[in-house]
Design a protein around this ligand. Structure first.
Ligand code: ACO
Length: 330
């Protein structure tokens, strides 16, 4: 069974309510019907109900059983606006501004999740990553004990000798442009948690990647990864984590035997931590486009799950992301 089928199976076992703020967007409307049909979640579409209905009719999609809410006219809007004002007043948000903000489906959806009226949120078919992330960071905030929000890419590779039967978790490829050593340590711990809870990897083995293996090069960029490794050991002493390691030393047992003898991770890593967003974002795209891996992105570290889509996403991408969000919410 593929990783995504395994995640879908898990989602069906404990159905969660997932809000889709871009509720009039054609791919989102089609995805909502598919999500309900496959029993992956209870989708909630936000937007003008007439516009949602018109889009569904245009596509010949049946929306029976799917909840909708219109942020412009919703009776929940005053309560959300008051709660938003309380959360953000020290940041300069006035009661009038909060009232306007909750009419924006993105903020309305985030307030649904914050107040427990939805279990998770998926957006980004229209919004940019930054516009989707900012309200989640401002309002949902991080899980207790986690300082930053970051992301993991689940890479399902055709070569089943890699990682965990071909599955590798890459982080961070979306959020933190230039993490400090301490932030990199938090990214590593969050990615190990994603590997365990979402992908079912019982033993995450985390490699802190660099262009150096175990001191083979000396540079401030290498020092940052070494410091991050030390921080991560302090924060999570039981986690199998090692660094700094080059990509090949992390994955290939023969290279590991030469360059990182005795490492508990080298040659058999299943979670790869990139030193910054340039490396992570380029790395996952190389694995996808040249390596032929299927890839699935999730945010990690948020107190409640919210996930971003690419603006080029397909209906299937939305369905998959909703299934992953539902499992994160369980
Ligand atoms: N974790 C937790 N909180 C955070 C984080 C984080 N990583 N980043 C920002 N915040 C908080 C801030 O503390 C602040 O909270 P406050 O308002 O309560 O004080 C709030 O979020 C807003 O912070 P800003 O610094 O104003 O936000 P910024 O405008 O810098 O945006 C963002 C943050 C959107 C995450 C930014 O870092 C970003 O754009 N990252 C890159 C996204 C991107 O383009 N990725 C690549 C493309 S995606 C792809 O290829 C799949």
């Amino acid at each position: 069974m593929s990783m995504i089928e395994m995640i879908k199976d898990k989602a069906r076992k404990n159905v969660k309510r997932i809000v889709l703020p871009e509720g009039t967007e054609p791919r989102t409307v089609a995805a909502a019907a598919e999500i309900l049909k496959e029993g992956l979640a209870e989708p909630i579409l936000l937007g003008n109900p007439e516009a949602i209905k018109a889009e569904a009719e245009k596509q010949g999609v049946d929306l029976a059983g799917i909840c909708t809410a219109d942020p412009e006219t919703s009776e929940k809007a005053p309560a959300y606006s008051e709660a938003l004002y309380e959360l953000r007043k020290t940041k300069g948000v006035t009661p009038e501004a909060a009232e306007q903000l909750v009419k924006d489906p993105m903020y309305y959806g985030i307030m649904m999740v914050k107040s427990g009226d939805a279990d998770g949120l998926v957006s980004g078919a229209v919004h940019s990553t930054g516009d989707m992330l900012r309200p989640a960071l401002q309002i949902i905030k991080t899980k207790p004990g986690i300082k930053i929000v970051s992301s993991s890419f689940l890479m399902d590779c055709p070569n089943k000798d890699l990682g965990e039967d071909g599955l590798l978790v890459y982080a961070d490829c979306v959020v933190m442009p230039n993490p400090t050593a301490e932030e990199l340590a938090y990214i590593a711990i969050a990615a190990a948690d994603t590997a365990k809870t979402l992908c079912g990897i019982e033993e995450p083995r985390v490699a802190m990647l660099s262009f150096s293996t175990k001191g083979s090069a000396k540079h401030e960029l290498v020092t940052k990864v070494q410091e991050a490794t030390a921080f991560a050991h302090e924060l999570a002493p039981d986690l199998l984590l090692d660094g700094e390691l080059q990509f090949d030393a992390a994955l290939n047992p023969e290279v590991a035997a030469l360059k990182a003898k005795g490492s508990p991770v080298a040659g058999r890593a299943n979670v790869l931590i990139f030193p910054d967003l340039q490396a992570g974002n380029i790395g996952y795209k190389i694995t996808q486009r040249i390596g032929g891996a299927e890839c699935f992105a999730v945010l990690q570290g948020l107190a409640k799950p919210c996930n971003d889509l690419s603006r080029g996403c397909s209906v299937e991408d939305i369905v998959n992301t909703v299934a992953m969000t539902a499992v994160q919410a369980q």
